[in-house]
Write a protein that binds this ligand. Structure first.
Ligand code: NAI
Length: 209
């Protein structure tokens, strides 16, 4: 089975496996059974085995999984064995917060540029970058092999900006604007809506009443 056939629900669980395995690795744990991982992550052991079987099962032999191997393999599946160069469009509250979050670098995501249309923000330091004007965005993307763009701009301009970036070779969008992007085949979009997460919390709170 190719990775393309794997359900999005399984893919969505992989970052969590990766995070837990990273913590186990840092604690010096060498092997872990699906039962122990299940208790730690509060997912059933059968769910873990089913998820891992999508990728050949990661060779559980004797006692449990080899933590380092599993961590590396899941990292490869997630594309974390490569470095990614990102730009951020929109240096407001959200763009600034993302640029300031240093941990993305640990996972191989490098913020290479940040752009805004507001002249008052040009040249301002955000994270370790200086905000550049939008007029420089396209050349910057072409010259710096940027593969991911983070959109932290209002929905009124996100579609237009995304179109320009696709033409310059951007292959993926981390889209915080509250709109759907109409991108060509082969371009991937991850929409992030923090309010969806909050609403889910509200649902679960209601269920528990
Ligand atoms: P903000 O107003 O602090 O920053 C927006 C920045 O985008 C401003 O600096 C503005 O000059 C710039 N901008 C606007 N149009 C532009 C364009 N065409 N090209 C380049 N820069 C442009 O807003 P904030 O809080 O940073 O939020 C950014 C966007 O993300 C908003 O539209 C907001 O609705 C959305 N948002 C989405 C969230 C989510 O969970 N998906 C959470 C928070 C905000």
């Amino acid at each position: 089975m190719g990775e393309k056939d794997i359900s999005q629900a399984v893919i969505a669980r992989l970052p969590r496996y990766f995070r837990y395995l990273g913590e186990l690795k840092d604690e010096g744990v060498e092997r872990i059974s699906s039962q122990e991982l299940s208790t730690l992550m509060q997912v059933t052991a059968s769910q873990i085995r089913q998820d891992f079987n999508n990728f050949g099962g990661f060779g559980q032999q004797g006692y449990g999984y080899n933590v380092e191997y599993l961590y590396q393999e899941i990292g490869k599946i997630l594309g974390l064995d490569k470095e990614h160069q990102l730009i951020v469009v929109g240096a407001g509250n959200l763009g600034t917060a993302l640029c300031n979050y240093a941990n993305f670098k640990r996972r191989g995501f490098y913020f290479a540029g940040v752009f805004d249309q507001n002249p008052d923000l040009i040249g301002k330091k955000v994270g370790n970058l200086f905000v550049k004007p939008m007029e420089e965005m396209e050349d910057f993307v072409k010259n710096n092999t940027i593969d991911i763009a983070v959109l932290c701009i209002p929905k009124t301009s996100a579609v237009n900006v995304a179109d320009k970036l696709v033409k310059c070779g951007v292959k993926a969008f981390w889209n915080f604007a509250h709109c759907d992007l109409n991108v060509p085949k082969g371009i991937v979009v991850e929409n992030v809506h923090l309010s969806d997460s909050l609403i889910k919390l509200s649902y679960n709170l209601n269920e528990n009443r």
